[in-house]
Ligand binder design. Sequence first.
Ligand code: URA
Length: 234
Amino acid sequence: MIRLDKYLADMGAGTRQEVKKYIRQGKVYVDGSKVTKPEFKVEPNEQEVSLDGDKICYEEFEYYMLYKPAGYVSATQDKKEKTVLELIKEKKRKDLFPAGRLDKDTEGLLLITNDGELAHRLLSPRKHVDKVYYAKIQGMVDERDIRIFAEGMDIGEGERAKPSRLCILSSGEISEIELTIQEGKYHQVKRMFESVGKKVLYLKRLSMGSLWLDKSLKPGEYRKLTNEELNELC
Ligand code: URA
């Protein structure tokens, strides 16, 4: 059970101080009865809470699929840069964070949630969750690169990338590839290509585990995960 003021503040009804005031003013009802004590305990999902006549359902966790656009940093707050959290307008909870980082210039799938356990499961290299990236690469990507990526490689600063699956979609002055990795080291995809003498011109994440970027989303758009997507991920 949780305190009524916490219930309301968690659901974005106001700051803790503001919701305490609403409760004391008699604006809040639990199961149809007025409650004026902020410390009153409620059972989320079993009891009905309303503020000014509007029902407020409790959600312990929120899950959003964001098509991260370039130009945003994967952080909850930043003094100078725009953050991915600013793109999620309807969020209720204040403890949301991006599950994993994409570079400022990288686009694509980013899960925004407050479910730390799920984030850990998706991101820990020990869990071997596939992350698929699409990239445009300056230069001709060839069979030799596929072999090097498949064996695992030194990516500098004493780090090695584990074996990964490189698939060439088109090869030329600018090549297009899909790369599947199970890790998320700093600038990993860019460093992997650098170590074979090539430069990533454009990078987009397509998937994390069973979760694929919804093709109907445009950069900057997001939606809640469906129950099916969530069940598969969990
Ligand atoms: N690899 C990178 O180099 N950058 C990203 O944003 C993600 C993976």
